[in-house]
Ligand binder design. Structure first.
Ligand SMILES: CC(C)[C@H](C(=O)O)[C@@H](O)C(=O)O
Ligand code: SF4
Length: 463
C-alpha cells in the first residue's frame, strides 16, 4: 500500500497504540516559549519530576518582548512570564535564548534558523503555529498546556493519527506574488476549516520552486485552514538550507540519505486531494475578521452572505463593493512567524528603496530573530526601512498578537504580514488586513493597497 510522507514519519515514531486510537509518539524536538510553559514547569515541580530530555528542549522568549526597548518590560504579566521562563530554564537545565541573546527570536523562526528543525522529525510546541516547521518535511504541530507537561516529563505524546490531504499546487507564480498569496488564496477558496482533522502536504511544481522561507510561510498558515500540520517533502532546497547551521547533523551525508527516503509514494496515498493553480494568482488581502475573508487585490470587497460577514464588516468599518485602494490604512506591520525572515524583509525593502512612507502611515518592521536583525543591519536593509520612515525594531512577536506594547490603536487599520486578522488580535478594536510583505510595503509607500503586479519595478510607479 502506498504511503504518504506523513505516514512514513509517523510510523518511525510510534511507540505504542493502534491507528484509530491514541498512539504514543516519540518527540524529537520540543520548543517552548514563555506563554505556555509556566504551568507545565509548575506541574513537573509539584510531582517532583525532572524534565526528561533538556537536550531536546529549546526555549526562547518571543510573545512578550517589547520590541522598542527590549529590557524595559513594563507590563507585570509579561515580566512575570519572562522571569518565570528564565528561572524554569535554569532549574530544569533547558537551553534558553533570552531577551537580548544572539539566538533569541520567534520560536518558529529560530528553530529552522539554528538548524534544529530537520526533516523526518516529530516537533511539538505549545503554540498553534508549530505547523511552520513542516516546511522541512517534518511532523510539527501545536500542543496544549497539559500536553507540554507530558512531553517535558516523558519526551513522548499521545496523538490520534489524522487523515492526510495532499494539496497539489500547479503553475508558475506570477511576478510579485508569493507563498503568502498562495496560502491566502487556498484559504479564501476552501475556507478556514477544510483542513480540520487532516495533515496537509503541499506539493507540485510551484512548491518545488519555493525557497525554504516561502515554504515556511505556507506551512505556517496551515492552522488557519484548520490543519494542525502542514508539510512539504524535503528536497535539495531543504538540505542546502540546513547544511552548515549550528545544529545541522555532523554526518550530513548520512542524514541527507535518510531524509531522502521520506516522500509520498503517489497521490493515491492521500485520504483527500485538492488542487490549486497559481498561474493567474493575484496578491491577496483580507477584508474581514478571519483569514478566509480575503480577496484578490483587483477584486471588490464581497457582498454580505451571512451574519458573520455582516459582523465582520461592522467591526472592520468597510462595506461591500469597495476597491482595495479604498481600504483606509494607518499602520503597517512587517513581522511575525509568517513573514519576518530575511527574505521577507529583503522583498519588502525592495519596495521601499529610495522612497518614503505616505504621511498617513506608521510602520513597524520587526525581524523574527536577532540573527535576521543583525544581517539586515549589515546588508543595509535596515537602513532602507529607516530612510523610508519606518521604525526598525528588536525581534519578537510584536503586533502579531499585541501581548506586548506593540498594539494597533482601536479603530485603526493595519496592513500586516502576520497570519491572523481576528477581532482585537493586534490590540483591542484594531482592524487587520493580512497580505504579503511586498504588498504591505508597497501599501506603506502609496498610503493604501496597490496591485503590485501592475508596478513597473524599475520605476516603482503604477502602470
Ligand atoms: C500564545 C500562543 C499560545 C498562541 C498560539 O498558540 O498560537 C500565539 O502564538 C498565537 O499566534 O495566537
Ligand atoms: S509571531 Fe504571532 S503567530 Fe507567530 S508565534 Fe508569535 S504570536 Fe503566534
Amino acid at each position: 500500500m502506498s504511503k504518504t510522507l506523513f505516514d512514513k514519519i509517523w510510523d518511525t515514531h510510534v511507540i505504542a497504540g493502534q491507528v484509530g486510537e491514541p498512539q504514543l509518539l516519540y518527540v524529537d524536538l520540543h520548543l517552548i516559549h514563555e506563554v505556555t510553559s509556566p504551568q507545565p514547569f509548575d506541574g513537573l515541580r509539584s510531582m517532583h519530576r525532572r524534565l526528561r530530555r533538556p537536550d531536546l528542549t529549546f526555549a526562547t522568549m518571543d510573545h512578550n518582548v517589547p520590541t522598542k526597548d527590549i529590557f524595559n518590560v513594563q507590563d507585570e504579566m509579561s515580566r512575570l512570564q519572562m522571569e518565570t521562563l528564565e528561572r524554569n530554564c535554569k532549574e530544569f537545565d533547558v537551553p534558553l535564548a533570552s531577551i537580548g541573546d544572539d539566538q533569541q527570536g520567534i520560536v518558529h523562526v529560530v528553530g529552522p534558523e539554528r538548524g534544529l528543525t530537520q526533516p523526518a522529525k516529530v516537533i511539538v510546541c505549545g503554540d498553534s503555529h508549530t505547523a511552520t516547521h513542516g516546511a522541512f518535511g517534518t511532523i510539527a504541530f501545536g500542543i496544549g498546556t497539559s500536553e507540554v507537561e507530558h512531553v517535558m516529563a516523558t519526551q513522548t505524546i499521545w496523538q490520534v493519527k489524522p487523515k492526510t490531504m495532499g494539496i497539489k499546487i500547479t503553475g508558475k507564480l506570477p511576478a510579485n506574488t508569493y507563498a503568502k498569496d498562495i496560502i491566502m488564496g487556498i484559504i479564501a477558496q476552501y475556507g478556514v476549516s477544510f483542513g480540520t482533522g487532516y495533515a496537509i502536504e503541499f506539493y507540485g511544481e510551484a512548491v518545488e520552486n519555493l525557497s525554504m522561507e516561502a515554504r515556511l510561510t505556507m506551512c505556517n498558515m496551515s492552522i488557519e485552514a484548520g490543519s494542525k500540520t502542514g508539510m512539504v517533502r524535503p528536497d535539495q532546497t531543504t538540505f542546502d538550507y540546513i547544511k552548515g547551521r549550528e545544529f545541522a547533523p555532523k554526518d550530513f551525508a548520512a542524514a541527507q540519505k535518510y531524509w531522502e527516503s521520506f516522500y509520498t509514494d503517489d497521490e493515491s496515498a492521500f485520504d483527500e486531494n485538492l488542487t490549486f493553480d497559481v498561474s493567474d494568482l493575484k496578491p491577496m488581502i483580507t477584508w474581514g475578521t478571519n483569514p478566509g475573508m480575503a480577496m484578490a487585490v483587483n477584486q471588490l470587497t464581497p457582498a454580505v452572505k451571512d451574519a458573520n460577514d455582516q459582523a465582520a464588516y461592522d467591526y472592520i468599518g468597510l462595506h461591500p463593493g469597495m476597491k482595495a485602494e479604498e481600504i483606509p490604512l494607518d499602520y503597517l506591520f512587517i513581522g511575525s512567524c509568517t513573514n519576518s525572515r530575511y527574505e521577507d524583509l529583503e522583498i519588502a525593502a525592495q519596495m521601499m528603496k529610495g522612497k518614503h512612507l505616505a504621511p498617513n502611515i506608521t510602520a513597524w518592521i520587526v525581524p523574527g530573530s536577532r540573527a535576521i536583525r543583525n544581517k539586515a543591519i549589515k546588508t543595509g536593509i535596515a537602513k532602507i526601512f529607516e530612510d523610508a520612515g519606518c521604525e526598525w525594531r528588536e525581534p519578537g512577536c510584536s503586533a502579531c498578537l499585541a501581548m506586548n506594547p506593540d498594539k494597533i490603536p482601536a479603530g485603526m487599520h493595519a496592513a500586516s504580514t502576520s497570519n491572523r486578522n481576528f477581532i482585537g488580535r493586534q490590540g483591542a478594536g484594531s482592524r487587520t488586513h493580512l497580505a504579503s510583505p511586498a504588498m504591505v510595503a508597497a501599501a506603506g509607500i502609496a498610503g493604501h493597497f496597490v496591485d503590485i503586479t501592475l508596478l513597473d519595478t524599475e520605476e516603482g510607479e503604477s502602470k
